[in-house]
Structure formats: structure tokens, C-alpha cells
Design a protein around this ligand. Structure first.
Ligand code: ADP
Length: 266
């Protein structure tokens, strides 16, 4: 805890200069850290794609003799940087609606097998690019659950995306779904860089990113897990993390049946 000595006004409300108390400013320090992290992440996440877009667009505009192949390549870079920018802006907007309490879930009966197929189709190219293997375990006859499909897909794609990002080439990624009495337990396992015990309690904090150079080498905003946790809570569930540094990590989404958070839209 961080304590600061403050001068208190005396009982009549005037500053007497004689009354001093200790105030716990831990919360304030934490808020400042979050703000600093936000500024770092935002600067990086906005500046890098913007300067790439500018550089490639300038080259396209000024070079008359550029081969068509090169032109295409530059347009593709611009396109993917714009995608990255929009993703960051979307995350920021979701975070700010979370802050004002207006992030809501739209719960509808959802075919779970189809949902998992959609998730896996989305991440397979990414896993393939890094040469990871994927081990999928799904129980038979999953049936329907009343959930916000788009948001649950986004959470799982994010967990699998992190597993792919934070695992060196040629790793093993597991996607294991278990049925339990009160719903589903969906585990995303990797054989990646892992998370130290000290950092494990922070990974769900907004804008938290590890200082580990293997994490810093990847792009990210530090918003994915805090959004994932919020979405889980809005379904009455939770995301938990188990990890061993340098060995691997398992994130588990517990998705309960028929338990909805109070602010869910029906
Ligand atoms: P981002 O990936 O954009 O940095 P997240 O909120 O998804 O943001 O994750 C926060 C941090 O948690 C990451 O920066 C990283 O330090 C850590 N982390 C998340 N997933 C993993 C994982 N599978 N293995 C190791 N570290 C992880």
C-alpha cells in the first residue's frame, strides 16, 4: 500500500496546519498506472499503423513506375493496418461502453457445435501461419445454449489468438470443451511463453501487457482479456487463468446454463 501524508482542515473547516493524516493512495496510483498504460498502448497501437499507412500511401502516390505486383502488396499492407486500427478502436469503444455500463449481451438460443466450428474456422489460418498444431475435444450433442453468440465467438477467438501469438512457432494449442452440471467449461491451452505468478493476477486488467520481450514483440492493446472477462460475467460466468512461466498457459471460459447477469438484454 502507498500512503501519503495529507493536511486536514480542522473541525471548523479551516486549514489549521496541525492535523495530519495518512491517506491510502493505492487506488489513485493504480488509476495513474492504468492511464499511463493506456497512453502507451494507444500511442503504439495508433501510431504504428498510421505511420505505415502514410509511408505506403506516399510511395504509391509518388512512384510512377511501380510494378502492379508491388502496388498490390502495398495496398494489402494498408488494408491490414486499417483492419488493425479498426480493431483497436472497436476494443476502445467496447471498453468505454463497459465503463458507462452500457455494454449489453443479446441472449438467444445458439447451436453450440456450430458456434465452435465458426470459432475454429476463424483461427485456423492464424494457427497455420505459426505452424501450431490444434487439438480439439468436443463432447457429443452439445445442443443449444442461450448466449450472445457474437460476443462468445469474439471471446474464444481472442483466447485462441493469444495462445497463437504468445506461443513460439510450432507449438501445441488445445481447445477442450467439457460439459458440466451447470454449463460448459471451455479450455484454451498453449505451450507458449507462460505468465509469471506476479503477472497472473493482472492479465485481466485493462491495458495490462507483460514486459516480457516475447510479449512485447507481438502487437496488442491489453484490452482483449478485460473485455473477455466482462462478457463472461454478463453471462453469469467467468474466465480463469492457469499458467507456468516458459511452459504454457490455459485460459478457461466457464459458461453457465441459464444464468444471466442482471444487465443482459433479453
Ligand atoms: P493483448 O494480447 O492485446 O496484449 P490481452 O488483454 O488479450 O491483450 O492480454 C493481456 C496480456 O496477458 C498479454 O499482453 C500477455 O502479457 C498476457 N497473455 C494473454 N494471453 C496469454 C497467453 N496465452 N500466454 C501468455 N501470456 C498471455
Amino acid at each position: 500500500h502507498i500512503l501519503r501524508v495529507v493536511r486536514q482542515p480542522n473541525r471548523s473547516g479551516q486549514e489549521s496546519g496541525h492535523v495530519w493524516t495518512l491517506r491510502d493512495i493505492t487506488q489513485q496510483k493504480l488509476a495513474e498506472q492504468t492511464r499511463d498504460r493506456f497512453l502507451d498502448a494507444a500511442t503504439h497501437e495508433l501510431r504504428t499503423p498510421l505511420s505505415n499507412i502514410k509511408a505506403y500511401a506516399e510511395t504509391l502516390a509518388s512512384e510512377d513506375e511501380l510494378e502492379v505486383e508491388k502496388q498490390k502488396e502495398f495496398c494489402n499492407v494498408i488494408n491490414s493496418e486499417v483492419t488493425r486500427l479498426s480493431r483497436f478502436v472497436d476494443d476502445l469503444l467496447s471498453i468505454s461502453s463497459m465503463e458507462v455500463g452500457s455494454l449489453s449481451v443479446d441472449l438467444r438460443p445458439t447451436e453450440m457445435e456450430r458456434l465452435f466450428e465458426e470459432v475454429l474456422d476463424k483461427v485456423r489460418p492464424l494457427l497455420g501461419q505459426k505452424g501450431h498444431t490444434l487439438n480439439v475435444q468436443l463432447p457429443e450433442k452439445l445442443g443449444e445454449m442461450k448466449i450472445d453468440k457474437d460476443k462468445v465467438v469474439a471471446v474464444l477467438v481472442n483466447l485462441l489468438g493469444n495462445a497463437a501469438k504468445y506461443t513460439p512457432r510450432g507449438g501445441h494449442i488445445g481447445f477442450k470443451v467439457k460439459r458440466e452440471e451447470d454449463g460448459l467449461r471451455i479450455a484454451v491451452e498453449d505451450t507458449g511463453v507462460g505468465i509469471s505468478e506476479a503477472e497472473a493476477s493482472q492479465v485481466f486488467d485493462k491495458f495490462f501487457r507483460s514486459d516480457d520481450p516475447r510479449v512485447q514483440a507481438e502487437t496488442g492493446s491489453g484490452l482483449g482479456l478485460s473485455l473477455a472477462q466482462e462478457v463472461a460475467h454478463m453471462h453469469g460466468g467467468e474466465v480463469t487463468c492457469e499458467s507456468v512461466l516458459n511452459e504454457g498457459t490455459t485460459f478457461t471460459l466457464h459458461l453457465p446454463e441459464g444464468k444471466e447477469a442482471a444487465n443482459a438484454r433479453r
